[in-house]
Design a protein around this ligand. Structure first.
Ligand code: NAD
Ligand code: UD1
Length: 338
């Protein structure tokens, strides 16, 4: 298949590109590099020995996207192009709604014009909101989110689902990611956040490499076994493999299907710090600080549906996640050279 990766130069998109190319598919990447580097494209080509067709464009830009759809015969789209910083979304809600919703609408319009009938969407466990019991199952209703970022995911899921109601030939797969961490095991691709990292693993990795002084653990008094929050961390290459299975499934089906992509096993913040120290041999300086607004004490996936329907399951361990993160960060202490 020839697959369009909107936002494909980013963290999850770049790893997915490697997985798709290695399985024999072709990829076309569109990215405006607002949160990534063109160097990721070179690294994808170096790892796979294959050529990537890449466009620098804003996915909201209809004219630019019409050109991409016109110049390439596409079989499927994977939509990664979104803004994803929760705190920033509270400060800049309009920018988040504009970018995340408009990219989705432009893609759907271009797909309609070009008769492309398959789209896989990067959703998040955040759509389960606060109401649902853990572990989260796909049959649960979407909940209410504590921030605009989460609401954009809920709204985009609704929009995509509505599109399949109107067009019976359309296939939509909503992938609800849990907590992606880790890197490609070559150390050539990884997560390269701009500015101060919001997420746990990149923060730990930057402390390890000496870019940050110490980690603040957000809350030590949660009703969890060690008092810190628990999450379902998933290796980004296992997640990438989930996209491979999802596009192959989407190409054969119609309507909307939702899959959790997680391991089903939660780890606490303190367990992650310990695992990283063991994998890297580096001591991580940390202190327990106040809770972060909007954090839930714990959540993890019921990942049975992806196993039963897609034949997908995770194969990499927490040790792999930490080892590969450390390899990437120590080989690229400042991230991609901008
Ligand atoms: P990322 O920021 O590394 O990748 C997103 C990419 O999209 C970036 O390369 C960015 O430059 C690009 N982009 C954003 N807006 C664009 C636009 N208008 N036009 C063109 N390119 C644009 O993020 P990621 O971690 O790879 O996440 C990919 C997707 O998965 C996002 O939609 C995110 O919300 C979702 N997601 C991520 C996580 C996570 O923990 N990383 C969890 C759940 C869901
Ligand atoms: C966060 C978002 C979620 C989004 C996901 C990927 C919130 C509330 N949720 O998930 O919507 O889909 O990122 O972008 O922001 N932690 C620390 N110290 C740090 C950083 C994190 O202790 O410096 C803790 C957090 O409290 C949390 C855990 O580490 O318990 C994981 O945090 P993080 O990596 O930010 O992911 P989530 O909060 O689960």
């Amino acid at each position: 298949m020839n697959i369009l990766l909107a936002g494909g130069a980013g963290y999850i998109g770049s790893h997915t590109a490697v997985e798709l190319l290695s399985a024999g598919h072709s990829v076309v990447i569109v990215d405006d590099y607002s949160n990534s580097s063109p160097e990721a494209i070179n690294r994808i080509e170096e790892i796979t020995g294959k050529k990537v067709t890449a466009y620098t464009a804003d996915v909201k830009d209809k004219a630019a996207m019409r050109k991409v759809f016109g110049e390439n015969k596409l079989d499927c789209v994977i939509h990664f192009a979104g803004l994803k910083a929760v705190g920033e979304s509270v400060q800049q809600p309009v920018r988040y709604y504009r970018n995340n919703i408009d990219t989705t609408l432009t893609l759907l319009e271009c797909m309609q014009e070009a008769d492309v009938k398959c789209i896989v969407f990067s959703s998040s466990a955040t759509v389960y909101g606060e109401e649902n019991k853990i572990p989260y199952v796909e049959t649960m209703k979407r909940g209410s989110c504590s921030n605009p970022y989460g609401w954009t995911k809920v709204m985009m899921e609704e929009i995509l689902e509505d599109a399949t109601v109107a067009d019976k030939d359309l296939s939509v797969v909503l992938l609800r990611y849990f907590n992606p961490i880790g890197a490609h095991d070559s150390g050539m691709l990884g997560e390269d956040p701009q500015g101060i990292p919001n997420n746990l693993m990149p923060y730990i990795a930057q402390v390890a490499v000496g870019r940050r002084d110490k980690l603040t653990v957000f809350g030590g008094d949660y009703p969890t076994p060690d008092g810190t929050c628990r999450r379902d961390y998933i290796h980004v290459m296992d997640l990438a493999n989930g996209h491979l299975k999802a596009v192959e499934y989407a190409a054969q089906h119609k309507g909307t299907e939702v899959f959790n992509l997680g391991t089903g096993t939660p780890y606490s913040v303190l367990e992650i710090i310990k695992a990283f120290e063991n994998a890297s041999g580096v001591n991580i300086k940390y202190e327990i600080g106040p809770r972060r607004a909007g954090d839930l004490p714990e959540f993890w996936a019921n990942a049975n549906k992806a196993a039963n329907v897609l034949g997908w399951k995770t194969v990499r361990t927490l040790e792999d996640m930490c080892k590969d993160t450390w390899k990437w960060q120590s080989m690229n202490p400042q991230g991609y050279i901008k």
